[in-house]
Every structure is written in C-alpha cells, then in structure tokens.
Design a protein around this ligand. Structure first.
Ligand code: PHE
Length: 339
C-alpha cells in the first residue's frame, strides 16, 4: 500500500473516532494514539525513507498537513468541550433564587419602648436630656427635698459607692442637673437606667429604666399635666385607655399623684394581670415642690412646673405578657427576636 494511501487511512480513522458520541470520545487518548511520539502520524514520518527521493518533499508536505489538520481538529474539540462543561455548571446556578440574607439586628425591646416614648413626647414639644448613672447624693436626694432620715437613703435601698456617690435610684436627679444648667422654661424628658438595692426576682430587678418628664414655665398647671399624660397614654397604650389620678406623696412634688391606667388587657373588666382591679399603676407625678426650685436657684414665686416618672419595664411586661423581668437582661436571642 502506498504511503499516501496509508496517510488517508489514518486521517479517515481519526475523524471516524472523533465523530462518535462526543461524550464518549476520550480526546486525550486520541491525541496520544495519533499525535503522540509513537503515534500513527509519527510512524508515517518514520517511513519517509521508503519513499522515492523525488517524491519525498511532496509526501513530507502531505504528512505535515495531516499533522496540522488533526491537531487543529483536536484543539477545537477540546475547547468546545471545555465551554460546554462551563455552561452546564453555570446552568446549575438558579439566579432567581432568593439570596442568603445576612441577619440584621433589631432594637432591644427596652430601647424600642424608650424610642416610642421619646417619639410621642417629642411631638408634644419635649426635648431629650440625659444624666450620669453615678450621681451625687445631693442631686439624687437633698436637692429633691429627700431629707437625710428618709428611708430611701438607707443602705438597704440604695447602692452607695466608696467615694460617697450613689447609683441613682430614679431619673429625678436629671431634673436637678437640667435646672442647674439653664434658666426656665424647660420641657424635657430624661430616659435612663436606675438602680435599687433590691432582691432580684421575676417581678423586680436591681436595675431598671425610667423616663422622667419635666415642664417648668410661668403658670404651668396640674391640668396641663393631666392633659399631657392622658395624651401620652392614649398614644402609647391604647386609644381608649382611662386614667386615674390617686393622691400620693413624693418629697419633690406637691401635690403628688400616682397614676393608674385602665388595664389594657381586660379593658377594666378585671384579670390576672391587673389582679382583678381593672387598673394598672404606671407612673408617679406632681407639681414641682418649691423647695426643689430653691435648691436649683429658680425663684418659686416666678415659675411653676410639673414632673413625672414612668417605669419602662412594667408596662412592657404587661403589654407583651412577659412572665419574668429578668428575661429582658439575659440576652437570649430566642426571646429578643420576638420583638
Ligand atoms: N422619682 C419618682 C420615683 O422614682 C417618680 C416621680 C418622678 C414622681 C417625678 C413624681 C415626679 O418613684
């Protein structure tokens, strides 16, 4: 058989294999079989010696062409196979699937409550002020007309520091700071943490939050206090909540009152939460005592004012049916994520 014919056969064999089912052709094996060092094309080259000298050049050219043809065909198939593989992998990515959301934090329920209150009072013209949690005894007690023999000043009720300061037992000392730092009028709320030396239980904690309110100007009246608190409670608790002002006593207000709201769970009918009374106690308030104005350098003949202090935890406990106040501070995400 002439070598040219052999070359044709090699070409035909190669393309036959290449045209088989593309998934089954092993391109690498095919390359070795035909183009490898001992492959079919190399074998043809070795037989050049048998060709008549005058035909050798033409035959060499034919072989070179064959080699090039096979190489190109293989290269083409290989890059097609690579592209195919890539696109099936891509097809596995479903771009319409929702992404993996990174978990966003939420506000702690106490922060949410504070923000709600700040928002409501903000609309009523109250600005926000803050003071330190470690406070002088004078601001926490004396300036607020709480005399040295008052039971609140006992070690049993108050945390004292070695330096003779106290952890503030209420947010009322911030009233004192505000009035000391600026002349009237003042209309502010003062949110923050307060501390009491109490046994921690499901119902009470040694640390909790209050929002203090203070409005001082010429001729501020108790009627305005009532109106403001009513508006606040309707916004914060329930549209048709009722308020009950009970006469009470605080050294820094005169007259003083404790305010109950109609139970927002049973709407006054009586339930376990309001202990069948239909009422929930939520805040203390009153008209600023002239002794407080004197302590901060205001003239009690020229200004009057009202003040109130609202607890944060208790209404939140009631509102969401939380059984234990300690849950607020345990940082258990299973609890916190619910709000
Ligand atoms: N400071 C009082 C308390 O902690 C609440 C209060 C504030 C009462 C302002 C009257 C006026 O109980």
């Amino acid at each position: 058989m002439s070598l040219l014919k052999k070359a044709d056969e090699v070409r035909a064999g190669f393309f036959n294999t290449l045209q088989e089912d593309p998934a089954r052709v092993d391109l690498e094996a095919l390359r070795i079989e035909y183009l490898g060092r001992k492959g079919k094309v190399a074998t043809l080259f070795k037989q050049m010696g048998q060709v008549a000298p005058e035909e050798r050049a033409a035959f060499g050219q034919t072989l070179n062409q064959l080699k090039q043809e096979l190489t190109e065909a293989l290269d083409e198939r290989e890059s097609a196979a690579a592209a195919e593989k890539h696109s099936t992998e891509e097809a596995k990515i479903d771009l319409t699937l929702p992404g993996i959301a990174s978990p966003a934090g939420t506000y702690h329920i106490i922060t949410q409550s504070l923000n709600d209150m700040i928002d409501i009072f903000g609309r009523l013209g109250f600005s926000v002020a803050e003071g330190p949690e470690v406070e002088s005894e004078w601001r926490n007690f004396d300036a607020l007309n709480i005399l040295p023999d008052h039971p609140a000043r006992d070690m049993q009720d108050t945390f004292f520091t070695k330096s003779g300061h106290v952890l503030r037992t209420h947010t009322s000392p911030v009233q004192v700071r505000l009035m000391q730092s600026q002349p009237p009028p003042i209309r502010s709320i003062m949110p923050g943490k307060v501390y009491r030396n109490e046994a921690v239980s499901a119902r009470s904690h040694a640390m909790f939050h209050q929002v203090e309110g203070l409005y001082v100007d010429k001729r501020v009246t108790f009627g305005e206090l009532k109106g403001t608190l009513e508006l606040f409670c309707r916004e914060y608790f329930d549209e048709d909540v009722k308020l009950r002002f009970r006469p009470s006593f605080f050294p820094f207000t005169e007259p003083s009152s404790e305010v109950d709201i109609s139970c927002f769970l049973c709407h006054g009918k009586g339930c376990r939460i309001c202990k069948q009374t239909g009422w929930l106690e939520i805040l203390g308030c009153g008209m600023v005592d002239p002794a407080v104005f004197e302590a901060v350098g205001y003239d009690p003949d020229k200004v009057t004012g009202y003040a109130f202090g609202i607890g944060i935890e208790r209404p939140a406990l009631l509102r969401y049916g939380i059984p234990d106040i300690r849950m607020f501070y345990e940082n258990d995400l299973r609890f916190l994520r619910q709000f």
